[in-house]
Every structure is written in structure tokens, then in C-alpha cells.
Design a protein around this ligand. Structure first.
Ligand code: CA
Length: 724
């Protein structure tokens, strides 16, 4: 009888149309029923798992908002978060309540109908730790399980809150941040009373791992390292011993890499876990493992026993990874017809540019075909499962322009699949990167340790650089047919780094863009049917759900992330507050116009020799560009060093070396930079400011001629690069 009642309540709460009941008791009751079975069930009223259900197809059957009605879609409400940095999270929605993470790992619970804040939890991430995050102070989402909201923090803590009140239930340091500069930006996954989390840090030097924790106590249950440690210390498992045979040199001194910073999927059908393993640390294999080798389990999908963390199988997508080609991208589970048989497969479009179909029962490669322009490999040999690399791939004798770039042909932005069209929708990127060895590699704790030059020095000034970027770095919404392994249609975008995807039963695909539009396309044809001005770049993936029988779409709008910070793309306005936007049919809301940008006049740089300027430029790109942007051009959320009030230039050393602004995230660099270095960086920044001022103030025919000339040069260079 008791079982029957439980089952009945569970059925009513999870399967019946959700009602907006946002009092503590109702939230407690609704979230108590979110467990492995509830997440596995493909109900469309809620959005219970990171990718909806465990298959992570990001498809909802809801069709009130459809290709026929979407023209009538409008903004129901918007919620301003407390920050203006990049937002990447997928919200979890349970019976009319949205649970979502934002900048600095702050978590909000909102009423899905009104946007009213129910509670907020701020884990007080030390702002200094921002320097250890390669790719902005972002968080890709929370997990909800049996009344708890669980999330990771930038400083690698794992925290469980009471879903009804936001009060902390437990907290644990999931990774030792004194050993390596670990960060968590990914969403935890929950299954079988466990919570799984990995972390980032492979740009700095880190040893990757995932760990499972008891969902009730926060106690660590098991840990799986993705790369071997020092053999002299013994191996944690047979899998590590096997992996160590594929490495050379003293890789453990650099950490080795292989961080699991995004995709982790539980497969309830086969009771297996799949983790996507990241790049080598440092990127350049010649530094990390000088004698070569496959370097297991970098850039691999590894299957684990969910109860013990034991290795089951792996498939390595990029052996001997040397380009930041992570396999951390969205892992999607599907059943498909393949050569006359129904196979249980994984679909993945990782950074390296090939769309993989892998048999998830055994890890066997079924197919790998390029979904983007690729020049590091010609194809995959299906007998060996290995790529056939091109001669230029390993930049052995000279710098090489390689496609895809370190951004990948697809990054963390989630894909979506529609069973109605049979298409996988990919936020694709077309870009190249100049890979060049650094001379005399020196590993520095807490710094970017790539082993390749980050400075691209492609253009003599930033105007030309920006114009060229538009030629050589673009994006698209790519509709990919996995059955034929070919493109069905694509929508080109002027910029890379567009938003994650949602597919619905209304023959719709939703996506935000880098240029700030939130759009709906017909899932079958790719025709654009609707758009909304989000006032800022949208990177996050939308979700959909119903409350009181009405369908809603929610998406986070906040520009930043790795590309947003580093790209050196100037925004015309101040960044607006990063927001949570919710849409429904018949609503007519609009967002306020962005504030005007403040540009302070920087002092003159004075006499700077060409040699000093080049040195300053190199130092800037090694230590500053990751946050403040290429060519000292910032996206505005992090201060643009060309436009600061003069007091900052007067106290440059105190800020850059002594870290007087560490509480705001700007740490001191005295451990790695000298006063001479600081002066060189300042001279470079002021020279960039002067150039910027001259361009802004340039008027008349000469300025127009110069700009026209730049455009022609950029177009020619861009055209040439397109043949690389
Ligand atoms: Ca990376």
C-alpha cells in the first residue's frame, strides 16, 4: 500500500502537468521525487537532468510553441543576476521552479512563471581564484536530486543545498587545489544516490580525474584518474598502469592534463558512465611526453562502472593530443540503425572536427567523418580506429596554421537532437590557430602552461586583427544527419561561439548567438522563424517546460566564456547585467537598452622602442590576454586596459605586481614578473590605447581611406587563410 501511494504521488508530481506552487512545502515535495527513475523518464513538463533526460538529447516533445505559433512568442520576464560575466548554465526546472547557477558559482531558485527570486546561495568564491580559471568565472549548471540542489564551485568545492530553502546541507573540497589549480565550471551529474563531478585546470598543469560522492553525506565514494601519476609512487589501478606505458619523459611534473570539465553521462540502460576527457597539459606533446606515445586517456571517451569507478573501456579520439583537442564535448546517447542493426551508440562532435559514432556497449568506433574543415588529419582508419594525420599536424619544423583551432570545431555549447527530423544540431565553429613551439619551456605554477605561443601576431594593429578575425573565425548552426554522416543544412554566423541548442516537438530549434539574438528555426528546413534582441551574446542552451499547462522557454544571456574574454572583440556598449530570460506565447516584454560605454583617456606612452614594445606585447599575451583580451581589447566585463581612469596607470605596479586589487579578482604577479616586465606591459597597453585613440578620433578622407585599405588587406589575408 505504501509503495503504491509513493508511486502514485511520484506519478502525479512528475508526470502530471506541473503546477506553480513555489512555497517551501511544495518545492520540498516536488524535488523529493527527483531521482534516477524520474530523470530517466522522458517527461516533458519538467527539465530534470542537465540534458533533459540521461540521454542528454536536449529534445522536448512540447509543441504549444511550434513553427506555426512561434511568431507570437515574447519575453514573459527577465531576471538580472548580480553580475555581468558569461553565463553558460542549463537550468533545472521542477514543477514551476527554476534552479540555476551563474557567475562566481552563485545559485538562484526562481519562480518559473514570474521570475521572482525564491532564494539565492552565494558560496563566496575567493575572487583571486578567477586567475586559475582559463575560461571566465562561469558555471554550467546545478543538479537536483531528492530534495537537494548540488553544484560545484570555481574553487572546486561541491555543495548540496536544501532545494526548498537554499540552506546548505553539506560541502566538500572535491579536489586538492594546493596540488594543482583545479576549478569547477561543469554541472555535476546525479544517478543512483551518487553525484559525479570533474574539474578543469589543464591549461595550467593539472592531473585530471572524476570523483563520485554520496548524495546524502558528500562523502567521496570513488575516484578515477584520467592520466597516470609518477610511476615511482605506484599506480592507482590497472588502467593507470596500462596508460603509463603510453607516456614518455616526466609528464607527471606537468600534471599531464586530461581534466573532465564538462561532459559526463550516466547510461541507465547499460548501467555505465561515460566521461569526456580533456587535452594534454601542456598542450604541446613535445614538452609533455617528448618521446611521443598515445598518452592515454587524453582526448578519450572512457566508460566506467558507476558504482565503483572501475575502468570498463575507452575510445581515444585524438592519440598523442597536441592541439587542445578535448573530448569533453557533449556526449549524447542514442539508438540507431547502423548497417542493418540497431546499435546503442554515443554521438559526439568533439573539438577535433570529426563527428563520432561509437558503439557504447564496447567502445568500438563505427564512424568518424569531418563535420567541419579539418587539416590535422585526412580521415579515420576504421580498422584501427585511429586518425591518419597530415604532415603539418604536429608543427614539428615550423609554426603551422591548423584547423580546427584550439576553440574546436565545437566547444562546450550543447548540441540537440530531434527524433522528428533525425538531425543533430551542432553549434559549429570554423577557425584556425597558429601552433608554434615556445622556446625554452619553463613550467610556472598557477600560470598558463601551454607549451605553444598564445600570441598569434597575425596583424600589425588591432583594427586589422579584428577585421581578419571576421574572415577566419566564424560559426554556424549545423544540422547534421548521423545516419548519412553529412550536413542537412546550416545557418552561417559572423562569429564563432554561438549558443547551445534546444530541439522541440513543435518542429523548432532554439539558439542564441554571439551577436545577441535569440532565435527559433524550423527544425526540418533551418528557416529562421523568430528572433529576440537579447542585448548581449548568448552562449547557454535553452530549456523548455510547462507551468499550469502553458509552455515556457528559458535561456541565460551573458557574454563571456573563453572566447568572449580572450577574443579581443570590442563591444559597442557597457555589458548589461547577465540575465535569465523566459518566453511564452503572447508575452510582449523587452529588455532595456545597454548603458553607454565609458572610455577614459589613457596617458601617452612616451618613447617606446620597437624591441620593448614587442617584449611588452609577448608578456601581455602570456599573462594578461586570457582575461583582458587579445591586443588589450576587452569585452568590457573585465576592465579594458586601454580605457582605465588614470589612477590605475599611476599605480600599475601595485596592481600588477603587488595585487592590491586581488579582492576583485586581479591578483599580483610578483612571483613571475619583475618591475621591468610590468613597465614593458604598461608601455604596450598605453601604445594600444594611443592607437585606439587615434582611430576613434580619426576623421576626414584620410581616415576613410585608411579604413578602406585595412578592409581590403584583411579581406585578402582572410581569403588566403581560407586556403590553409
Ligand atoms: Ca583546454
Amino acid at each position: 500500500m505504501r509503495f503504491f501511494l509513493c508511486a502514485l504521488t511520484s506519478f502525479m508530481l512528475i508526470s502530471a502537468p506541473a503546477f506553480a506552487a513555489t512555497d517551501v512545502q511544495s518545492i520540498r515535495q516536488a524535488t523529493a521525487n527527483v531521482d534516477t527513475a524520474a530523470i530517466a523518464a522522458t517527461t516533458s513538463e519538467n527539465w530534470l537532468g542537465h540534458g533533459n533526460d540521461y540521454r542528454e538529447q536536449r529534445y522536448s516533445e512540447l509543441k504549444q510553441i511550434s513553427a506555426d505559433t512561434v511568431a507570437n512568442l515574447g519575453l514573459a520576464w527577465s531576471f538580472d543576476t548580480d553580475f555581468n560575466r558569461g553565463l553558460e548554465a542549463t537550468p533545472i526546472v521542477v514543477d514551476g521552479v527554476i534552479f540555476v547557477s551563474a557567475n562566481w558559482s552563485v545559485v538562484y531558485a526562481l519562480d518559473a512563471k514570474t521570475g521572482k527570486q525564491l532564494w539565492k546561495y552565494d558560496p563566496a568564491v575567493p575572487r583571486e581564484w578567477a586567475k586559475m580559471a582559463c575560461c571566465d568565472v562561469v558555471n554550467r549548471g546545478v543538479a537536483v536530486y531528492q530534495g537537494k540542489v548540488i553544484f560545484g564551485t570555481l574553487d572546486a568545492r561541491l555543495i548540496a543545498l536544501d532545494a526548498a530553502t537554499g540552506e546548505k546541507i553539506w560541502e566538500t573540497q572535491s579536489a586538492d587545489i594546493t596540488a594543482y589549480p583545479y576549478t569547477i565550471t561543469g554541472a555535476p551529474r546525479v544517478f543512483k544516490d551518487k553525484v559525479l563531478i570533474g574539474n578543469g585546470g589543464a591549461e595550467y598543469g593539472a592531473r585530471g580525474f572524476v570523483a563520485a560522492f554520496d548524495v546524502n553525506s558528500g562523502e567521496e565514494l570513488w575516484r578515477f584518474y584520467t592520466v597516470p601519476g609518477n610511476p615511482a609512487d605506484g599506480f592507482e589501478s590497472a588502467a593507470m598502469e596500462k596508460a603509463a606505458a603510453t607516456w614518455t619523459g616526466k609528464w607527471w611534473e606537468y600534471g599531464g592534463g586530461g581534466t573532465v570539465w564538462d561532459s559526463m553521462v550516466y547510461d541507465p540502460e547499460l548501467d555505465q558512465l561515460y566521461i569526456g576527457v580533456g587535452n594534454g597539459s601542456p598542450w604541446n606533446q613535445k614538452v609533455r611526453s617528448p618521446g611521443g606515445g598515445d598518452n592515454l586517456y587524453l582526448s578519450s571517451i572512457v566508460a566506467l562502472n558507476p558504482d565503483t569507478g572501475e575502468y570498463l573501456w575507452h575510445y581515444q579520439e585524438t592519440p598523442g593530443e597536441s592541439w587542445d583537442y578535448t573530448a569533453t564535448q557533449h556526449i549524447m546517447l542514442a539508438d540507431m540503425e547502423w548497417q542493418g542493426e540497431t546499435r546503442k551508440v554515443i554521438w559526439q562532435a568533439p573539438k577535433n572536427g570529426f563527428f563520432f559514432i561509437i558503439d557504447r556497449e564496447n567502445g568500438k568506433l563505427l564512424s568518424a567523418e569531418p563535420y567541419a574543415r579539418v587539416n590535422w588529419a585526412t580521415h579515420y582508419d576504421l580498422d584501427t580506429g585511429r586518425p591518419v594525420e597530415t604532415e603539418r599536424a604536429r608543427y614539428e619544423t615550423k609554426p603551422e596554421f591548423i584547423r580546427p583551432s584550439s576553440m574546436g570545431a565545437h566547444n562546450w555549447q550543447p548540441m540537440a537532437y530531434s527524433p522528428d527530423t533525425g538531425l543533430v544540431y551542432i553549434p559549429a565553429i570554423d577557425a584556425l590557430f597558429k601552433y608554434e613551439d615556445v622556446e625554452d619551456y619553463l613550467h610556472k605554477w598557477g600560470q598558463w602552461n601551454l607549451g605553444v605561443k598564445l600570441e598569434q601576431d597575425a596583424a600589425p594593429n588591432h583594427v586589422l586583427a579584428q577585421l581578419m578575425m571576421k574572415q577566419v573565425a566564424t560559426g554556424s548552426l549545423l544540422a547534421w544527419n548521423p545516419t548519412t554522416q553529412s550536413a542537412a543544412w546550416s545557418v552561417p554566423y559572423p562569429m564563432p561561439w554561438n549558443g547551445g541548442l534546444l530541439a522541440t516537438g513543435g518542429n523548432l530549434v532554439f539558439q542564441g548567438t554571439a551577436t545577441g539574438e535569440f532565435r527559433a528555426y524550423a527544425a526540418d528546413s533551418g528557416d529562421q522563424l523568430w528572433q529576440f534582441d537579447a542585448r548581449t551574446g548568448v552562449m547557454a542552451a535553452p530549456v523548455t517546460y510547462t507551468v499550469d499547462g502553458e509552455q515556457y522557454i528559458t535561456v541565460l544571456a551573458g557574454w563571456g566564456g573563453a572566447f568572449g574574454l580572450i577574443a579581443g572583440i570590442e563591444q559597442v556598449t557597457q555589458p548589461p547585467p547577465s540575465r535569465i530570460l523566459t518566453f511564452k506565447l503572447g508575452a510582449k516584454g523587452e529588455l532595456p537598452v545597454n548603458p553607454v560605454k565609458q572610455i577614459n583617456p589613457a596617458p601617452e606612452p612616451g618613447e617606446v622602442s620597437a624591441e620593448d614594445l614587442a617584449a611588452g606585447r609577448t608578456l601581455y599575451h602570456e599573462f594578461c590576454a586570457g582575461c583582458h583580451g587579445t591586443d588589450a581589447v576587452s569585452n568590457g566585463a573585465v576592465p579594458d586596459l586601454r580605457h582605465l581612469p588614470s589612477v590605475y596607470y599611476d599605480n600599475f605596479d601595485k596592481i600588477v605586481l603587488d595585487g592590491v586589487m586581488r579582492k576583485m579578482g586581479m591578483v599580483g604577479f610578483r612571483d613571475v614578473l619583475t618591475e621591468e616586465d610590468s613597465a614593458l606591459i604598461k608601455a604596450y597597453v598605453l601604445t594600444q590605447a594611443q592607437e585606439d585613440r587615434e582611430i576613434r578620433e580619426a576623421k576626414g578622407w584620410w581616415a576613410s581611406v585608411k579604413m578602406a585599405f585595412y578592409k581590403v588587406v584583411a579581406a585578402i589575408l582572410g581569403w588566403v587563410m581560407n586556403y590553409v
